[in-house]
Design a protein around this ligand. Structure first.
Ligand code: AMP
Ligand code: GLY
Length: 433
């Protein structure tokens, strides 16, 4: 029987989720709320506010929605899943309590501590404990990492090279409130050295499967320089993580965390995103997110053969079908086209040209775009995710195709990194002993 699905969100990640769902044999009607000009080509965009829960519920009832997939963290952290589940609507996405794994670093650390999951050593301090925090920072070795406890739009992490910068950071967070309420508590943690990767686990709260590991490129500049962004590009699968390492990540990280959350009566249903660092002592957790990553989703989902809708639906009803998707042997590279100035202030409203010249084997995911009179304009910091997916697992060839495609696109101030996926050269001999 076909299923009607509503995807919540408007970014490149939601475009990728909707596109993959649209290819499922069991898809019925597909909606995206509010969606973007990219999702409009594959589903019906719904002009409702993500904050208007009552209207969303009415829409689900009217359209007989079988599954709601919530893309971004904000509605999850605010409890949209709980609200819809109260009315017997199937949701792929964690409850508000389970979403704390992302919305509170301190919560995540405590779960990891109890489950004996490898992560950076840490200590937490409340705003009222400024002096204790200073004493701790005086006796610490450097660099050290200071993190706001709450959600800070990816900006709540400061790596401090010396006691002086740590002290300044502490003053900015506790006295000047640069992170608002998100900084009422901080986590101070050990600086870990190693290469980073993102692993997504799809779970019904008990069972899980992991998807092909990806790597994000967080910094704005080539060679990982400049400010942190939401992510300037991604590729998958990353040779940094081979099957043996993935098994270790499943056994030492994903499985114990899900079990611990179950023991605490807060089962996690959805996509558990493990942000990892592969240290000389093995994989350790930098952070968890309670949803798919952006722009990693744009490269991970095209690497799945099988029924993606069945995967998400079976997870949402607590009966995960672990065999309904497999890795298809391909490789994908996504290069984000951003507005000049991002991640700081930038202008919007420039016409995007060249979209019609893109070969059909390239996916151009829309993120910050808007459509006016059949023309597409920039409308955000991260504008497009130009993604090549190739038959064989050859990241270098996929990279070449992604860059050929992005060179055909133009808008005023277009900016992109030129080195997405270059890091694989470091990993190609990594697991060959
Ligand atoms: P997050 O916002 O938690 O993803 O952190 C942003 C970036 O800060 C990560 O991608 C890492 O590069 C870096 N980072 C966070 N925590 C640590 C840590 N304990 N050691 C080293 N780098 C870290
Ligand atoms: N790509 C990083 C994130 O989704 O948080």
């Amino acid at each position: 029987m076909s299923k009607n699905v509503l995807v919540i969100g408007s970014g490149g990640r939601e475009h990728a989720i909707a596109l993959r769902l649209s290819q499922s044999p069991s898809i019925g009607k597909l909606f995206c709320l509010p969606g973007n000009p990219g999702t409009k080509k594959i589903c019906v965009n719904v002009e409702l506010s993500q904050l208007d829960y009552q209207k969303i519920l009415e829409f689900c009832n009217k359209e007989k929605i079988d599954l709601v997939v919530i893309g971004p963290e904000q509605p999850l952290v605010e409890g949209l899943s709980d609200f819809l589940r109260e009315y017997q609507i199937n949701v792929f996405g964690p409850s508000k309590s389970a979403a704390q794994i992302e919305s509170s670093k301190s919560f995540a650390k405590k779960i990891m501590e109890k489950a004996d999951v490898p992560t950076a050593k840490y200590k937490e301090f409340l705003k009222t404990e400024f002096d204790e925090a200073i004493d701790y920072l005086k006796s610490s070795s450097y660099p050290i990492v200071i993190k706001a406890d709450g959600l800070a739009a990816g900006k709540g992490v400061v790596i401090c090279e010396s006691f002086e910068t740590a002290k300044e950071t502490l003053e900015s967070v506790f006295t000047k409130n640069i992170f608002g309420n998100a900084g009422d508590k901080i986590v101070v943690e050990e600086f870990l050295i190693g290469e980073e990767a993102s692993v997504f686990a799809i779970t019904d709260g008990k069972d899980f499967i992991t998807l092909p590991p990806a790597q994000d490129h967080k910094r704005i500049g080539d060679n990982d320089t400049g400010k942190n962004t939401g992510g300037m590009g991604s590729y998958a699968p990353t040779p940094l993580i081979n099957q043996a390492l993935l098994n270790e990540i499943e056994n030492k990280i994903i499985s114990p965390v899900l079990n611990q959350m179950n023991r605490e009566n807060i089962p996690f249903i959805g996509c558990l995103y493990a942000g990892l660092i592969i240290t000389s002592e093995g994989p350790k957790v930098i952070e968890f997110n309670c949803r798919f990553g952006d722009p990693e989703t744009q490269v991970v989902l095209p690497l799945l053969k099988g029924d993606f809708l069945e995967l998400l639906y079976s997870a949402s009803v607590g009966n995960l079908n672990k065999d309904c998707v497999q890795y298809n042997g391909r490789a994908a590279v996504c290069v984000v086209a951003a507005s000049e100035g991002y991640p700081d202030s930038y202008q919007k409203g420039f016409e995007i040209l060249g979209l019609d010249n893109i070969p059909s084997d390239i996916i151009v995911y829309h993120a910050g775009t808007t459509e006016i009179n059949n023309k597409i304009y920039t409308n955000g910091g991260r504008v497009l995710g130009v993604t090549s997916v190739i038959e064989q697992n050859d990241i270098l060839l996929a990279k070449q195709k992604a860059y050929e495609a992005i060179s055909k696109i133009y808008f005023e101030g277009i900016y992109y990194r030129t080195d997405i996926s270059n890091r694989i050269s470091k990993y190609l001999n990594l697991h060959k002993e």
